[in-house]
Design a protein. Structure first.
Length: 317
C-alpha cells in the first residue's frame, strides 16, 4: 500500500467516527473522559478491599471494565477525529530525510497516548483540546527529525569524555541544584579546561544548525553531534517499578507541561534517549541557557516532591 492509500485510510477512519468534531464536542468528550477516570479510580480502590465478597468483586469488576471501555472509546474517538491536524503537521515537516508516514505515526501515538489521557478540559490554559494536543504532536515530530539527523558515530575517546562530563554534571546538579561551570567540570573530571570549553562551544554551535543537518559534507566538528548515553548510569532499561515511582514523583511535583517535556528529554524518561541542552533547545525553539534554567527549576520541584514522598532523589535521577 502506497503513502497516499495509507493517508486515505486515515481519512476513512475519521469519517467512520463521525468526521471532525467542533471545539464544544471535543470538550464534552474530554469532560466525559475526565469524569469516568475519576469514577474508575473509585472502583479500582474498592476492588482492592480484601473484605469484599466474591460476588461483589465480580459485579464491581464488570462495572469497572465497562467504565474503562467508555474511557478508551472516547479517547480513541478524540484522537482519530483530530488526525487531520496530525497529517497537516506531518506534511510541513516532511522532506527532511524522514518518511511522512513515520511522522504521522509518531504524532498519532502522542495524540492518543499523551494528549487524550492528560488533557484537562476544565483547566483555563487548556480550553481547546487541539491547542494542548498540538504541543505533543509537534514535540514528537521534532524528536523524530532530530533522531534522523544524528547519525555520526563518536570515536571511543570522545564517547568516554562525553560520559564523564554527563555523569559529573548530573551528580553536580542533583547535589547543588544548579549547573556546574566549565572550571568545575574540568576539575571534577580531571580533564583539561580547553577540552571542556571546546565541547561547550560546539554544543552552542549546534543551536544554529537546522533539523535536517546531516554532517556528511559540512565543516562542523564531530562534537556537534554529542548525545547522552543513559545506559551508562541506568545499567539497562529502567524497570517497571522504578518507572511507576518516577511517574508518581512527576505528578507530585506538579511540573508544567514544558518542564515535564524538558525533564523527559534531558533524562530520556520516556524514550530512553537522553538529550543535550542544545538538542532540547532545537526541539522547543528555546536557547540552550533557557533550557538549563527550566531544568534547574524543575529539578528543585522534583527534589522537594521526593522529600515529601520519602524518596532518595539521587536514586531516581
Amino acid at each position: 500500500m502506497d503513502k497516499d492509500s495509507i493517508i486515505a485510510t486515515y481519512s476513512r477512519d475519521i469519517a467512520r467516527y463521525g468526521g471532525i468534531l467542533d471545539d464544544c464536542e471535543q470538550k464534552d468528550l474530554a469532560e466525559s473522559i475526565t469524569y469516568n477516570k475519576s469514577i474508575s479510580k473509585i472502583y479500582a480502590k474498592s476492588l482492592n478491599d480484601k473484605n469484599l465478597s466474591i460476588k461483589s468483586r465480580e459485579r464491581l469488576k464488570l462495572e469497572y471494565d465497562e467504565i474503562e471501555s467508555k474511557i478508551n472509546s472516547a479517547r480513541e474517538t478524540l484522537a482519530i477525529t483530530n488526525l487531520p491536524f496530525v497529517i497537516a503537521k506531518a506534511r510541513k515537516f516532511a522532506g527532511r530525510n524522514v518518511d511522512i508516514l513515520d511522522l504521522i505515526q509518531e504524532g498519532s501515538l502522542k495524540l492518543y497516548q499523551k494528549a487524550t489521557d492528560m488533557y484537562d478540559p476544565n483547566h483555563s490554559s487548556n480550553s481547546k483540546f487541539i491547542s494542548y494536543a498540538g504541543w505533543w504532536v509537534d514535540h514528537s515530530m521534532r524528536r523524530t527529525l532530530s533522531n534522523q539527523s544524528r547519525h555520526i558515530r563518536l570515536p571511543v575517546h570522545a564517547s568516554d569524555l562525553e560520559r564523564k562530563i554527563k555523569l559529573f554534571t548530573d551528580n553536580f546538579v542533583n547535589e547543588n541544584l544548579r549547573a556546574p561551570s566549565s572550571e568545575e567540570i574540568s576539575e571534577g573530571i580531571e580533564e583539561k579546561l580547553k577540552k571542556v570549553n571546546e565541547m561547550q562551544i560546539n554544543e552552542r554551535l549546534r543551536d544554529t544548525l537546522s533539523l535536517d543537518y546531516q554532517g556528511d559534507n559540512d565543516h562542523s566538528t564531530l562534537l556537534d553531534t554529542i548525545s547522552y548515553d543513559p545506559q551508562q548510569e541506568m545499567d539497562g532499561q529502567m524497570n517497571f517499578h522504578q518507572a511507576g515511582i518516577i511517574e508518581k514523583l512527576l505528578k507530585t511535583a506538579k511540573l508544567t507541561e514544558k518542564e515535564r517535556l524538558i525533564i523527559d528529554d534531558r533524562f530520556g524518561l520516556e524514550s530512553g534517549n537522553a538529550r543535550t541542552l542544545a538538542e532540547v533547545g532545537d526541539e522547543l525553539k528555546l536557547t540552550r541557557e533557557r533550557i538549563r534554567q527550566i531544568e534547574t527549576m524543575s529539578l528543585k520541584k522534583l527534589k522537594r516532591a521526593a522529600k515529601k514522598m520519602n524518596l532518595n532523589f539521587e536514586d531516581l535521577f
